[in-house]
Design a protein around this ligand. Structure first.
Ligand code: AHG
Ligand code: MN
Ligand code: MN
Length: 358
């Protein structure tokens, strides 16, 4: 059918239009809503609705599909393993970290809605300097590949992104101040989990929705509308190997999780994948708490505020959960550095409240 259509519609745009319509038709036949349809439908909920955020989200979606394709054939495509480089945090970059980073940069640069990006894999922010991009109203921060230690062993990994309106003047180059904004200022945030299926979960501040990639039509389809994290859960997720370096509050809380008490469903279950996207996704759906606290070895914890903790905190709060450093609501932190780390504790409301009460 595609070949016939291509012969008939020589013009590429008409052909693409028909392909999109065909995909939407297939999705409608199956009774599902595609992410593209959903984003357009929700455009008017957004106070600055002009279509630019919609286009920006679509650019991100395209990059995630390309990354998904490579993740799925990683063992065949000579894309497993490490590069010879380290990022600014002294972590060895994996080939997929670099590949994913390039895909996001290229999709956002060519899309023209973002004037710059900051990511885990770049020491400094990148200001896009074409005239087209200088007029972009947004900046994007992202962790292109989360859970890098799991890439080579076929365990779930992810991508995290966060979108802000720029503070600098439209038409100029992006500045660092555009990126150093409180998490409260996010206009959208999301993650993709490359797991047993690939899912994209995002919020624009009007609740959280989840979409599963249907590989047969290459579209994310709405599978988890209006996600709410259960108020209670029975899963705790922490790297317990670090317990010796943790403070007394963390030790007491983990001891509490392991105590026997039928009335409060304890002992809880321990689940820790070491890909925060996958750990938090599971806890979001099932109820649970995720902790990467400060330790004596890592006094600010490990997770990065701008492209790990803030986007996940925004999603968790929008789903009815809590996200805190232990002292402060994560979304209220005034960032001072692009790669700043913060202790991160988030999840089901009552579980996080219990942690804070200790
Ligand atoms: P990244 O792969 O982007 O560097 O992030 C890894 C992070 C996070 O996904 C995970 O929760 C944490 O590192 C695991 O760290 P530990 O191995 O110290 O538990
Ligand atoms: Mn990460
Ligand atoms: Mn990463």
């Amino acid at each position: 059918m595609s070949i016939l259509l291509k012969c008939y519609f020589r013009d590429e745009l008409s052909f693409r239009y028909l392909q999109t319509k065909k995909i939407q038709y297939l999705a409608t036949m199956r009774g599902v809503k595609t992410l593209s349809e959903f984003i357009i439908e929700k455009q008017d909920d957004f106070k600055y609705a002009t279509g630019e955020l919609t286009r920006l989200l679509n650019d991100i979606v395209i990059a995630t599909k390309i990354v998904n394709r490579e993740v799925n054939k990683a063992g065949l495509a000579n894309i497993l393993g490490a590069t010879e480089n380290e990022n600014i945090q002294g972590e060895t970059q994996q080939k997929l970290d670099v590949f994913a980073d390039q895909q996001f940069i290229s999709a956002l640069k060519n899309g023209g809605e973002a004037c710059g990006i900051a990511s885990e894999e770049n020491d400094d922010f990148v200001a896009f300097d074409s005239e087209f991009s200088r007029n972009g109203k947004y900046v994007v921060t992202f962790d292109p590949l989360d859970g890098s230690s799991n890439i080579d062993v076929n365990v779930s990994i992810g991508t995290i992104f966060s979108i802000y309106r720029r503070k600098s003047e439209v038409g100029q180059l992006a500045t660092e101040a555009d990126f150093l904004q409180k998490g409260e200022k996010q206009v959208a945030a999301g993650y993709v989990v490359y797991g047993s299926s690939t899912m994209l979960v995002y919020t624009t501040g009007n609740g959280v929705n989840g979409f599963t990639l249907d590989p047969s039509i290459g579209e994310f389809c709405l599978s988890h509308p209006n996600v709410k994290v259960p108020e209670d859960g029975k899963i705790y997720s922490i790297n317990e190997g670090n317990m010796v370096y943790c403070d007394q509050q963390v030790k007491d809380y983990i001891a509490y999780c392991k105590e026997e008490d039928a009335a409060t469903n304890r002992p809880y279950s321990a689940r820790y994948i070491a890909s925060m996207v996958a750990d938090i996704h599971r806890n979001l759906i099932k109820g649970g708490i995720f902790l990467y606290p400060a330790t004596s070895k890592a006094p600010h914890g490990k997770l990065r505020l701008l492209y790990e903790s803030n986007p996940m905190a925004f999603i968790l709060e929008q789903a009815g959960g809590i996200a805190t450093t232990g002292d402060t609501r994560i979304l209220e932190i005034e960032p001072t550095e692009l790669h700043q780390r913060v202790p991160t504790i988030l999840g089901s409301k009552n579980m996080v409240k219990k942690y804070l009460s200790l």
